[in-house]
Design a protein around this ligand. Structure first.
Ligand SMILES: O=C(O)CCC(=O)C(=O)O
Length: 284
């Protein structure tokens, strides 16, 4: 084990999540926040979303409102180094084993005074794989208090069956519908908050979400998804996206391992997927 103890690993396996306070060093936080400032400056030159910057409705050059930087690792060398060679990889290796692949990364801003809700969902139905090893590590780049819409997880929900993320007519929404929500113990939610540099980990099967950010501070959460190398994607969502599938620890695994439980499939996004915010809010 590189950074976790056996108890933390057992907790992750049993509960489906971890919160590690101040895991990312101040030196890394400074470098990452400088990169973030660069994108905020760039957003002052555009009225609309670009490949590197997705803006919220209400964004203006004078009052930027950033929703997300998708695929951070392809847009800035500091993000690339952090996601592909940085401190999260020891954590990924402890949880996934010696052979680890990078899948994708994104920075969810949740801008102050209105940054959008992320409705309850599980991740793996967005990007199915042959097994359920994929997990996402989030790093808070600012101090995050309860008012700033931290991410919430439902402990143990990774052991529940997978939901269809569709409305009651069967139309994909990217979120659990009201009927399915009655099967989830929402009273047990744990809000994962902490000082800058705190890190969240959640299983790809974990039911999770977050409220709108009504506070006066933005809540940048830098998310990276890693998989055991024997988990192969079963859609073409990431085809042609640089670094997706790259081995970041150990070796590639040519023969995928298959878990028995079938995974509900997402719509065929055909390169049009932009963000969970857009999917859930119905504006893409
Ligand atoms: O940003 C958040 O609070 C949650 C993000 C999330 O669940 C996702 O992007 O899948």
């Amino acid at each position: 084990m590189k950074v976790l103890n056996a108890e933390q690993k057992a907790f992750y396996e049993d509960q489906g999540y971890l919160l590690l306070e101040q895991f990312v060093s101040n030196e890394w936080l400074d470098r990452l926040n400088q990169a973030v400032d660069h994108f905020i400056d760039l957003s002052r030159q555009t009225d609309d979303s670009t490949a590197a910057i997705l803006v919220e409705p209400g964004h203006t050059r004078a009052n930027p409102r950033l929703r997300r930087i998708p695929h951070t690792v392809i847009h800035h060398p500091v993000f690339e180094e952090f996601g592909l060679r940085g401190p999260l990889l020891d954590l990924a290796e402890d949880l996934l084993g010696a052979d680890v692949c990078f899948h994708h990364s994104k920075l969810n801003f949740k801008w102050s005074q209105g940054g959008e809700e992320v409705k309850w969902h599980q991740d793996i139905q967005f990007w199915p794989h042959t097994n359920y090893s994929p997990m996402t590590i989030g790093a808070y780049l600012n101090d995050v208090t309860p008012e700033m819409a931290p991410m919430g997880v439902i402990p143990g929900s990774h052991k529940q069956p997978l939901f269809n993320l569709a409305d009651e007519q069967g139309q994909w929404t990217g979120a659990l519908n009201d009927h399915d929500l009655t099967r989830v113990n929402l009273d047990s939610v744990v809000w994962l908050q902490g000082p800058a540099g705190s890190v969240t980990v959640h299983s790809c099967r974990m039911v999770h979400g977050s409220a709108p950010n009504k506070s006066f501070e933005m809540r940048p959460l830098l998310l990276h998804t890693y998989t055991a190398a024997d988990a192969h994607p079963t859609t073409n969502l990431m085809e042609g996206i640089p670094f997706s599938g790259q081995v970041v620890r150990g070796h590639a695994c040519e023969n995928p391992r298959h878990d028995a439980e079938p995974c509900p499939m997402p719509p065929d996004f055909r390169g049009n997927y932009s963000s969970i915010f857009a999917v859930q809010q119905g504006d893409a």
